[in-house]
Design a protein around this ligand. Structure first.
Ligand code: ADP
Ligand code: MG
Length: 267
């Protein structure tokens, strides 16, 4: 079943200060099937976050549509759980309370909420840490809480925007493994944005390489389904090198898609 479908999506931003418009996404189409793990890979500024925010419902497309399990996306909903680069936790609430907040909004009774919170803390490897406040946790732990908070709402899809890129390498690799474990046990559709080639090659079923608009999709690579993968395997290194070369050949993202206001911006 198709989980996510971008159909000829365009999105332009107006930059009032610079008196210019930026064509972030132009005529972008992509289908993702249920439980697929897709990495969107591309250099900074090529529209990866915009694509994710459109699917999350934080932004509306100028034209085109985005369907989520057959329904056109119009606004944010808990069936699409978003994890950002920095864990957006409330600093004055404990980790457990941060996870519980979304469940309160769902009107789950207190006993049920506490049970789900404990389950989610265990799922992300934070059993017994629920009483800590965000500032008492490491960056990796905060990201685990952010993931637990989203998973508690039982989303059908996880939308992840460079969720591990602020972490040190060790923590990042550990969290990649945790995510793969959760993905295989809880079967979710994942759209994962990264500019890190190794991360994409390690995680994804399919890598969609995007460059600046227009002609956003530059390559699609379907990876071997075998898991777990080895980070040092020759085929993984070969893929990474191939993708790195592809990214180096992409033009700079800002220049070609920035147009002065009033200039012809038809697409
Ligand atoms: P990426 O996530 O790939 O780095 P973004 O989706 O954040 O790229 O941005 C794509 C382009 O759109 C960039 O040129 C960026 O400056 C521009 N852009 C993104 N969001 C806004 C916004 N809210 N206002 C103006 N321009 C924006
Ligand atoms: Mg981004």
């Amino acid at each position: 079943m198709t989980a996510i479908s971008y159909q000829r999506v365009c999105k332009t931003f107006v930059n009032e200060q610079r008196d210019s418009v930026v064509q972030a996404i132009c005529d972008f189409s992509l289908d993702i099937i249920e439980n697929e793990f897709v990495c969107l890979l591309g250099p900074s500024g090529c529209g990866k976050s915009t694509l994710l925010n459109l699917l999350a419902g934080f932004l509306n497309p100028d034209s085109g549509t985005i369907d989520f399990f057959g329904q056109t996306v119009a606004k944010p909903a808990p069936d699409r759980g978003v994890v950002f680069q920095e864990a957006t936790l409330f600093p004055w609430f404990t980790a457990a309370k941060n996870i519980e907040l979304g469940l309160e909004a769902k009107r789950l009774p207190a006993a049920g909420r506490h049970q789900v919170v404990e389950q989610m803390l265990a799922l992300v490897g934070l059993s017994g840490k629920g009483h800590h406040y965000p500032h008492e946790l490491s960056g990796g732990m905060r990201q685990r809480v952010a993931l637990a908070r989203v998973l508690a709402l039982e989303p059908r899809a996880l939308l992840m925007d460079e969720p591990f890129s602020a972490l040190d390498n060790n923590t990042r690799e550990r969290l990649q493994d945790e995510l793969l474990r959760i993905w295989s046990s809880h079967k979710k559709t994942i759209l994962f944005v990264t500019h890190n080639v190794e991360e994409a090659v390690y995680l994804a079923d399919r890598i969609v390489v995007i460059g600046p608009a227009p002609q956003s999709i530059r390559a699609e690579i379907v990876l071997d389904k075998v898991r777990p993968r080895s980070r040092t395997d020759a085929s993984v290194r070969y893929r990474s090198e191939q993708l790195r070369q592809l990214l180096m050949d992409l033009p700079c993202c800002l220049a070609p898609s920035s147009l002065q206001k009033g200039q012809n911006n038809d697409h």
